[in-house]
Design a protein around this ligand. Structure first.
Ligand SMILES: [Ca+2]
Length: 311
């Protein structure tokens, strides 16, 4: 493996944008994806695993090591959204590839081993709840030294959140939290306590990047010659009736094209109780945990670059 490539571990929850992000991370010449973790966030983990393997086979990508986190989350995503992962397994073009599924590993075992074995620090791209990373660091804090940066899709700092009453089992929230953090705010809090550089791609920037009709049409066009673009178009078509954004792909693009983002260093904390459970709060300098927050994005160029990666 070329030593100039950034080693990447992708910790995801296998919804459409995670699976597309996984393809982008695999395809980027500057990155080397060493493993993938799937948690029971915005998916049912076994369905998510099957789909990830089927996509891998369909696009002809080399197998990566995959670990699963099967326990339920403290604040699960709505079943209605998680059921999308069942619908992906029924996509006709993936039917043949679904036969190629091997037994997965345990997420925490995989992350621990990959970080231990890595010959240089690893970039940990988290596009779901931080449950697995929190668990790994709690048990083996010295592994923090093997992490170059944790790049997280999560939070809403200067905009409102996307967790609302009436979504699944959610009641009594004030709408300030973002789903990935809300799903396991305790894990997020735990990760903040370790000495690892953190980059946050929050709703503050992903709100500028909706998955709209024009994007789907362009992907469908590219899908005539690119299997990766075909996968992206077909996965997102399943969610065409919901307002979704390029949450996770934007997070990957912040790694591949950081020049298209403007970052600020801010001190943050996370609420772990009450109606603002999972909300991220900015603190006065040195009163919170310093993170690198993306505060603006060149959304047009991020979109073009993403499409180029999928073409
Ligand atoms: Ca996700």
């Amino acid at each position: 493996m070329a030593t100039d490539k950034t080693l990447v571990l992708h910790d995801c929850d296998a919804n459409s944008d995670d699976l597309i992000t996984n393809l982008v991370l695999r395809g980027s010449p500057s990155l080397a994806l060493i493993g993938t973790v799937i948690t029971n966030g915005l998916c049912y983990v076994q369905d998510g695993y099957k789909t990830l393997r089927a996509i891998e086979h369909y696009v002809g990508s080399p197998e990566v090591e995959v670990g699963l986190w099967a326990p339920e989350m403290p604040n699960p995503f709505p079943d209605e959204w998680r059921s999308d992962s069942r619908r992906y397994t029924q996509l006709p073009f993936l039917a043949q590839s679904l036969g190629c599924v091997r037994k997965p590993q345990r997420a925490t075992d995989l992350v621990r081993r990959l970080l231990t074995q890595a010959n240089r620090p690893v970039t940990y791209v988290a596009t779901g709840p931080l449950t697995v990373l929190a668990e790994v660091l709690r048990r083996k804090p010295q592994l923090a030294g093997k992490i170059r940066q944790v790049v997280i899709m999560g939070g809403a700092l200067r905009v409102k959140g996307n967790v609302a009453n009436g979504q699944g089992k959610v009641t009594s929230v004030d709408g300030s939290a973002e789903w990935n953090v809300y799903c396991d705010p305790y894990a997020f809090k735990t990760v903040l306590a370790y000495d690892v550089p953190i980059r946050l791609i929050s709703l503050d920037v992903t709100n500028q990047l909706p998955v709209d009709k024009e994007l789907l049409e362009r992907l469908s066009g590219l899908g005539k010659t690119s299997r990766a673009a075909h996968v992206a178009a077909e996965l997102w078509k399943i969610q065409a009736d919901r307002q979704i954004y390029l949450w996770d792909p934007t997070t990957a693009m912040s790694l591949i094209r950081p020049d298209l983002f403007r970052f600020e260093y801010v001190d943050i904390d996370v609420q772990t109780e009450g109606a603002s459970l999972g909300r991220l709060i900015e603190r006065h300098p040195q009163k919170g945990r310093l993170v690198e927050l993306a505060v603006s994005v060149d959304s047009k160029r991020v979109l073009e670059s993403l499409l180029a990666h999928l073409a």
